[in-house]
Ligand binder design. Structure first.
Ligand code: TRP
Ligand code: SF4
Length: 400
């Protein structure tokens, strides 16, 4: 019904590292070429967990936008904006809250998980409970149908789909719709009308997509139904008469293959990262001091790349000849570890060079970036308004 539109957001809670680049950002670069893309800084989401440190938000926001642009997000292809500069997100969040069962929010797995994990913070707040609902508003307000997120966010997308269905179910009906739909069901005959109702329940109560498909094909086979009734029964299947908020699809982002300095996955919480824009001396130092196969105590001890975090970097960055050289040199003590690390250092610096180059442009002239974001916010506000008009009307709020 609507054209493809991609939306994704990131919380400005710290600076980005190469793990983000190889996971999220490179994926964005591919998407921006294919689809209309909206990428935003989720500053309100950052405050749900960092409400005790509001001073970090602004700095992190601008840094993150520079990181995106530096990584190659292209403002002529994608729209970049800041959540809090599109206040309609908050309006939709509020309106959705009217129909959001508390139990749905309490059952989102990240709610309890994060509370247990981040024990140093008091997350028994209304704002934190509402986190997935705010995310739903972010998505639904643009009628975005494609949302690239990591596995950890999949429950929030599922939640968003349920909220949109519930919203359409409650607010999307034409007057007398239920009655007309009931009449139309009767025309299916007793056996098929029972089946139709059963399939509809399975879909609406449990989100069973198979039941939806089965019910649709049941309707398609009914030659005797007139067009009006047929449309009504298709609409009734999915909840109401009209689809005001469309259901988004998850575009699962593959987990980044970027190893950390210690061989675990690269992550801020492990303290094993290399910054996207980390300066060259610091990169050299980090790689030179990173651990290797513990069996190589002396230069003359042979090693095993499989037991060495440096090898993970060669798998990501090095061509076959270099890998062969490592295998051969390491297992025969033919090369030293510093020597082995040198091509990795060079590959990382080469990867960062164009990123740093682009970043410099924005660092030297921040107005350039601020203008990009101002344009993005303006466009986002316009798109959000299109949906909000329909939403306000459906809720009886379109007076004055
Ligand atoms: N919760 C997401 C995260 O932590 C960030 C986010 C906020 C988001 N709103 C969104 C992602 C909307 C996709 C779509 O990564
Ligand atoms: Fe690791 Fe390379 Fe040293 Fe072997 S030679 S232990 S692969 S750093």
């Amino acid at each position: 019904m609507f054209a493809d539109r991609v939306l994704s957001g990131m919380r400005p809670t710290g600076s980005l590292h190469l793990g983000h680049y190889h996971g999220v950002l490179k994926n964005w670069l591919t998407l921006q070429q294919k689809y209309e893309c909206l990428f935003f800084v989720a500053d309100w989401h950052a405050l749900t967990t960092h409400y005790d440190a509001p001073e970090i938000i602004e700095q992190n926001t601008w840094n993150m936008v520079i990181d995106w642009l530096a990584a190659g997000v292209d403002p002529s292809q994608a729209t970049l904006f800041i959540q809090s500069k599109v206040p309609a997100h908050a309006e939709l969040y509020l309106l959705l809250s009217m129909i959001t069962p508390l139990g749905w929010l309490e059952r989102v797995p990240t709610y309890k998980d994060q509370q247990e994990k981040l024990t140093e913070k008091d997350l028994s707040t209304y704002g934190f409970l509402g986190y997935p609902l705010l995310q739903s508003a972010d998505i639904l307000i643009y009628r975005a149908n494609l949302v690239p997120v990591g596995e950890d966010q999949a429950p929030h997308l599922e939640f968003t789909r349920e909220i949109s269905r519930r919203f359409n179910h409650i607010f999307g009906k034409e007057p007398g719709f239920e009655e007309k739909a009931s009449q139309a069901i009767k025309k299916l005959g007793s056996k098929k009308s029972r089946l139709y109702r059963e399939l509809r329940n399975r879909y609406q109560e449990h989100g069973d997509e198979n039941a939806l498909a089965e019910a649709r094909s049941l309707l398609e086979e009914q030659q005797s139904l007139n067009t009006g009734d047929r449309e009504r029964l298709f609409g009734y299947l999915e909840g109401g008469g009209r689809i005001i908020l469309s259901e988004p699809e998850t575009l699962l982002t593959k987990a980044s293959k970027m190893p950390g300095l210690d061989g675990q996955k690269m992550s801020k919480s492990y303290g094993n990262t290399i910054g996207l824009r980390e300066d060259a001396d610091s990169v050299r130092k980090k790689i030179r001091t990173m651990p290797t196969d513990p069996a190589r105590i002396r230069r003359s001890d042979p090693g095993d790349p499989a037991k060495c975090p440096v090898w993970q970097f060669h798998l990501l960055y090095s061509p076959d000849e270099v890998r062969d050289w490592v295998q051969q040199g390491c297992t025969t003590a033919g090369i030293g570890c510093l020597e082995c690390k040198q091509p990795v250092i060079e590959s990382i610096l080469a990867e960062q060079a164009p990123i740093l180059e682009r970043a410099r442009m924005y660092e030297e002239d921040p107005a350039l970036m601020r203008n990009i974001v101002a344009d993005g916010c303006e466009k986002a506000n316009r798109l959000a308004e299109e949906t909000m008009r329909d939403v306000r009307e459906a809720l009886g709020l379109s007076y004055l």
